[in-house]
Ligand binder design. Sequence first.
Ligand code: FMN
Length: 195
Amino acid sequence: MKFSCNYFVYIVYVYINYNKKVQKVKFGFFYGTNTGVTEIVSEQLAEVLKENKIEVDLFDIASTPLEKLKDYSYLIIGTPTWNDGELQDDWEEVFTAWCKFDFTGKKVGFVGTGDQEAYCDNYLDAIGRMAKPVRENGGEIFGRWPSDGYVHKHSLGQDSDGMWVGLAIDNDNQEELTEDRINKWVKQIKIELGI
Ligand SMILES: Cc1cc2nc3c(=O)[nH]c(=O)nc-3n(C[C@H](O)[C@H](O)[C@H](O)COP(=O)(O)O)c2cc1C
């Protein structure tokens, strides 16, 4: 009798863990763009996620209410930086609400686009500006990225240890590296998130 009770507990344990493993991760990927670069990069990245059998819904924040973020536990945020360290226009419009958003339980990855040469003191500032409220409001950042191979001088998009808060893209100067960076980032987040 004791044996069968333990056995039952064991079966329930195995079942719960099996279900955890097969539960599919689906990313809500929200991007903003002024001149289309971040849209192209976001589409490329979404394609690579799909090739890796990872589900993703892609939204332009210009035509999507911020509330839509609530539908996803796993978020990817794509944004360029504009005007010497400022946010992209559509992200700027929702930024007050973004700063109040409850990110509790959400894992958030960033993809930033910018120009590290012409804007070397503000390259990718926007991802740093946007990551701050995520951390302050209960979210967890994934997909931080090493800063080797970039020539900028200063950025709010870097943590104190020098890592970018997300994937750093520069199609103005290093477009030839974008595909490889995206592929490596997807490999990295698969390991990091165990998906
Ligand atoms: C007027 C202007 C200001 C810019 N300011 C910045 C900046 O402060 N930091 C940065 O990294 N890139 C800056 N950029 C570069 C853009 O962020 C980059 O071209 C980006 O890929 C554009 O993305 P989008 O087409 O999705 O809007 C600026 C570009 C222009 C034309």
